[in-house]
Design a protein. Structure first.
Lengths: 942, 194
């Protein structure tokens, strides 16, 4: 197709190059600098979307982020649903299609790179229009660190249309000069294609930078497609401009109806005629100036309407010079469409007069400008209605935030430049102390207003179901009337009832207009109704960008032990324990989980096996009061522990419930080594610090995490003593010399080590700790002894056979030490955290759930962990539930399945049959003691 | 005899070097020291560690490092310091004295260090660190306990464009891969395989 509506010259497009793209299956051409909207308008394509509920054809309505109609689905590149055609830069190979309402998410994985970064500045200027550029420049010359962000591909804002002059030269020359000066300053960062989407507490702002979307297939693969900026700014200057709003009338949604300044913008910024014969209808001088711009671009003006009746002003003279008369007191009252639903005529009428039909292919409507107060509002400001502006403008100032230019309701170019420069200078000097000379804003021709803008919301309410107050939601005046009829008076309620303002465009063009209409229906002043709340994000953010590089392997830290690569080499299957990657089991060829675990268990019970236990939490405690401190932390006593000894301890929270357990050793009189469960390491350290810092600062104790300092291997089984004897020839490993629950420093396999004689399996075992960088060498030395490695599943089976709990698996925050069968570890001779709670009647109830063992009647059945336990599987619902299965495994040593459970009444039910119910199946089980293997503890000493 | 030790990032030495920005500084000696700097034992330890009229007994103030050359102390919190020295240093001997009220724990093997240097070092860090590292705010001799990506680190700027990132040994692989990814745009070549 030819670009029949492309002007012969002009616009900020590169006519020397041609880009090819497809829209709705048809091939088109564009030039670099075009948006999809401008390129389609250049070809005379009017229909770019359909109303989601009405199916009515819709055309491009605006020129930027305010667009309500022209959302398209992009199918090229990574694909993206619901992209504004007005801001979508055409690239070679772009494929897009029109939408009716929602777009579609692609099923394909998005391989684009997404980036995040943090940035800090003295002054953040949002918007690089004239006021923003003046502000950024004035701030920058003070030496302040400045970030200037603008959503468009290049700075200039409204000046991009190229018609204004500054200092007697084309305004874009000034823009280019200022931009060049800014980019040349070391402390200034200019971010284009960057939308500041959110303003949060503490002057923290979030911005989305589109970095390669406009490059299409030329985008380098290693460059992140988008970048999320987290910006902390001492001062913020909001130069966010304003959004044009329409005047409503019946059939105001036809393709060919546009905002007036947007229409003029296409003509001058993109060199595209938005139509050939226009009706311009407005309520402020800006609409009339848009008519001038359209005329100068070559658009025939069929009628220029102004709802106001004004004496002749500068803009009227400009139009009269062009042979155009303004119909004062006139507005559009309806439109006609051709067979395709595209505009072919407007009905225009004086107020309360009879309409006449004016054939046209463009209705350019403008009811005024709404300052873009979104970020100001997010920052905590409240926009107020200003009758002088006929708009909501920023109200009370927000600390460290300035609004300038159109965003503050300052629409004159000269005033906006002066306001921007002053705010930028103040912000820069206020944060950096100043320096340099305050720059003067460029001179501009003054334009006298012919008259104040009128607050005009609609020029006809006939056929209210065709007066669209929200084009993207197909919400109409009729809907607003129904809301009022239903008794609603709040703009928030009406928004939710009608859905007006809830679409992807957030009602940027018609939100205030809807408020005006509502105020009229309620007979209230507009300011008394007020706007709805502006919330981030200002424009949508893709999930890919929010994820950034936190996906795939980098989603969350994978903590690795020093022996990790040996586990990988042994084809271990890993499981996540907290952030750790731990070997779950080490299958040999042909083995499944059960077979591998059976083999590993047998090695530990009958020979020698080893496990990487480096992940255990380890805390070094030092100071003369550690013993006293541990007496308060643990339920049992530690101050009596002798140097070289270890003791198992249980700690409770203040409610008396089990929090964590582990073994603590006294290394020296004032130095202790405390271990925690793998998942609780950080929580326990926080817990200790909380008590030390807030409750017992007089205790001389310091706690240092040494989890990562020590690699540790548990060597387990009857053969473990012999292994240690070989690897640590200088260590006396005989039972009398190195008894159970003691610790020795030794050299193991040539490595300085600390060896604990403790056991989580019931077997003779040693936990050998070495500095982490020796972990791999230790593991290799043990492997060379032919020892079988085992993983967490085998560890669980072995400990459960002995009835050893895992805090967090067999406990859930409602279990006391007594409930868990650890009453032996609770001292009654001292106070500890939780001791008072354990004296409560509730914690002494006989029917509390307590730890028991379960033997399924069918020894081949492994119960589901979490299965509920009931007395009568056939009882009518609700079935009284006695408890649940907490751990369940198949035991090689027992030759059958077994389980641990928490059951009301505990061991008073010993020998009883209960039913474990899971997924509709009830399995009979017999309640037993929770210790299944070696109850005498004979194997501990080898 | 070959060094029997293995550093947490030995397996990523090549890709790190290929960036021209990063390398691991393995096996640095380090102790976490806790104690009130006003206490005589801390002053004695400071004097022993940092002999010389200027630095004697002066532990670093908040946000700073103290010391010159390879041996220095980083402020980690009130009465909490990370003492650093080159690999195999005799730090442990200095700690052996009777120092009432002082806790000194050898954590040399618990962390490794990724050093970032060159004109892009600050930018690479900014992708994952919320702190303001601008020279007006953070410069040589500054340090902070902070998060880099999702790892807790101690960040120490040692020169105008050189930073040391102290990271727990178990987090080092994650952090290095994250850094390699964050640095992709500052080097030639493609991202390392994830």
């Amino acid at each position: 197709m030819s670009q029949a509506f492309r002007r012969a010259a002009g616009g900020r497009i590169d006519r020397s190059r041609t880009l090819n793209f497809h829209f709705d299956g048809r091939a088109f051409e564009a030039h670099p600098g075009d948006t999809l909207s401008s390129a389609l308008l250049a070809h005379g394509v009017r229909v770019v979307a359909r109303g989601p509920y009405t199916g009515r054809p819709r055309g491009t309505y605006g020129i930027g982020a305010e667009e309500p109609n022209a959302f398209v689905q992009v199918d090229s590149g990574p694909g993206e649903p619901m992209v504004r055609a007005t801001t979508l830069e055409v690239y070679d190979g772009l494929v897009a299609r029109s939408l009716a309402g929602r777009g579609e998410l692609s099923d394909e994985p998005d391989h684009s790179r997404y980036d995040k970064t943090w940035a800090h500045c003295d002054v953040l200027v949002v918007g690089a229009g004239p006021a923003g550029l003046a502000a950024a420049h004035a701030a920058a010359v003070t030496g302040a660190r400045v970030i200037l962000a603008d959503e468009r591909p290049e700075p200039g804002g409204e000046l991009l249309a190229g018609r204004a002059h500054l200092d007697g030269r084309p305004a874009m020359d000034w823009v280019r000069d200022v931009h060049a000066r800014l980019t040349g300053l070391p402390e200034v960062r200019v971010l284009t294609r960057t939308t500041v989407t959110g303003f949060y507490d503490g002057n923290f702002l979030v911005a989305v930078q589109r970095r390669t979307d406009h490059l299409g297939a030329d985008a380098p693969a290693h460059v992140a497609r988008q970048r999320l900026w987290h910006i902390r700014a001492a001062r913020v200057v909001l130069a966010t401009g304003a959004h044009e709003r329409p005047i409503l009338f019946p059939d105001n949604d036809r393709p060919g109806i546009m905002l007036a300044a947007a229409a003029a913008g296409y003509a001058w910024r993109y060199g595209v005629l938005p139509g050939r014969r226009a009706v311009v209808a407005g309520a402020h001088d800006g609409a009339l100036w848009a008519a001038v711009d359209l005329f100068d671009a070559g658009v025939e003006l069929a009628a220029v309407l102004d709802v106001r009746r004004l004496p002749e002003g500068q803009v009227h003279r400009a139009l009269r010079d062009r042979g155009v008369a303004v119909s004062a007191g006139h507005g559009v009252v309806g439109t006609d469409a051709d067979a395709d639903g595209v505009l072919e005529a407007a009905w225009v009428a004086p107020v309360d007069g009879s309409p006449r039909r004016v054939p046209c292919d463009l209705v350019a409507t403008s009811g005024g400008w709404n300052p873009a107060v979104h970020l100001y509002s997010q920052a905590g400001g409240r926009p107020l209605w200003s009758a002088d502006h006929a708009a909501f403008v920023p109200g009370d100032p927000v600390p460290a935030v300035s609004c300038v230019g159109a965003a503050a309701g300052t629409f004159g170019l000269a005033d906006a430049l002066a306001e921007g420069a002053e705010a930028g200078w103040q912000a820069g000097a206020g944060t950096h102390g100043g320096g340099g000379e305050e720059p003067l804003p460029p001179a501009t021709d003054s334009v006298a207003d012919a008259g104040a803008p009128a607050a005009c919301w609609l020029t006809s309410d006939l056929r209210p179901d065709t007066v669209f107050v929200d084009l993207q939601r197909d919400a109409t005046l009729h809907d607003v009337r129904r809301a009022v009829g239903a008794g609603m008076t709040s703009s928030e309620h009406v928004k939710r009832y009608t859905t007006a303002g809830t679409a992807a465009d957030q009602g940027r063009t018609t939100g205030v207009t809807t408020v005006g209409v509502l105020a009229g229906l309620l007979g209230l002043p507009v300011g008394a109704v007020g706007t709805t709340t502006y919330r981030p994000p200002y424009t949508p953010i893709s999930f890919g960008l929010l994820a950034g590089r936190d996906r795939g392997r980098l989603l969350d830290p994978e903590r690795r032990t020093p022996m990790h690569e040996r586990h990988e080499a042994a084809d271990a299957v890993f499981e996540n324990v907290g952030q750790w990657k731990r070997p779950w089991y080490y299958p040999r060829p042909g083995e499944d989980l059960d077979r591998a675990v059976e083999r590993e268990c047998r090695a530990a019970r009958e020979g020698v096996a080893m496990m990487d236990v480096s992940t255990l939490g380890k805390i070094s405690l030092s100071g003369p009061d550690v013993g006293e401190f541990l007496d308060r932390i643990y339920t049992n006593r530690f101050s009596t522990l002798k140097v070289g000894q270890c003791r198992y301890g249980v700690m409770c929270l203040a409610d008396g419930m089990v929090f964590d357990d582990g073994v603590t050793a006294r290394i020296a009189p004032d130095r202790w080594h405390l271990t925690t469960t793998t998942g609780n390491a950080a929580a326990v350290l926080d817990w200790l610090e909380e008590w030390l810092q807030t409750e017992w600062p007089s205790l001389r104790v310091s706690a240092t995490s040494v989890t990562d300092q020590w690699a540790a291997v548990a060597v387990v089984g009857p053969g473990s003593r012999e292994v240690l004897r070989r690897l640590a020839p200088s260590l006396d490993v005989s039972a009398p010399a190195f008894p159970f629950l003691s610790v020795r420093d030794a050299t193991v396999a040539g490595i300085p080590a600390r060896v604990f004689r403790i056991s989580f399996t019931g077997e003779l075992s040693y936990e050998i700790n070495v500095p982490a960088w020796h972990g791999l060498a230790l593991w290799d030395a043990l492997l060379a002894q032919g020892i079988t490695p085992y993983g967490t599943e085998t560890m669980h089976v072995l400990r459960a056979e002995k009835g050893f709990i895992v805090a967090g698996q067999d406990t859930d925050g409602t279990v006391t030490p007594h409930d868990a069968g650890l009453g032996w570890a609770v001292s009654t001779a001292k106070h500890f955290i939780g001791s008072r709670s354990l004296a409560r009647a509730d914690t002494a109830r006989a029917d509390r759930k307590r730890l028991v063992g379960l033997l399924p009647a069918d020894p081949s059945v492994v119960l589901a962990e979490g299965a509920q336990l009931v007395v009568d599987a056939d009882a009518p619902t609700p079935v009284p539930m006695l408890g649940h299965v907490t751990s369940s495994y198949r035991s090689a040593a027992l030759g059958r399945s077994f389980a641990l459970a928490l059951v009301a009444g505990g061991l008073t039910l010993r020998g009883e049959t209960l039913y474990a119910v899971d997924a509709g199946r009830a399995q009979p089980v017999v309640v037993t003691e929770p210790v299944f293997y070696d109850p005498e503890g004979a194997r501990r000493d080898g | 005899m070959a060094d029997p030790r293995r550093s947490p990032l030995a397996h990523l030495a090549e890709p790190l070097a290929a960036t021209g920005i990063m390398r691991e500084l393995p096996y640095l000696s380090s102790f976490e020291v806790r104690g009130d700097p006003a206490e005589p034992a801390m002053a004695r330890l400071g004097a022993a560690l940092f002999p010389g009229p200027l630095l004697a007994a002066s532990w670093p103030t908040a946000g700073h490092a103290a010391g010159t050359g390879p041996r220095y102390a980083l402020w980690c919190g009130p009465g909490w310091y990370l003492l650093v020295d080159e690999p195999g240093s005799a730090l442990a001997e200095a700690m052996a004295d009777d120092l009432p009220g002082v806790s000194a724990v050898d954590v040399s093997a618990g962390r490794t260090v990724v050093e970032l240097s060159g004109p892009h070092a600050r930018e690479v860090l900014a992708h994952g660190c919320a702190l303001d590292l601008h020279p007006r705010v953070f410069g040589p001799g500054s340090c902070a306990r902070t998060n880099l990506a999702k790892a807790q680190v101690i960040l120490h700027q040692t020169a105008s464009t050189t930073y040391r990132v102290f990271v727990g040994a178990s987090f080092a692989d994650y952090l290095a891969r994250w850094l390699l990814d964050a640095a992709v745009e500052y080097i030639r070549g493609e991202p390392v395989d994830q």
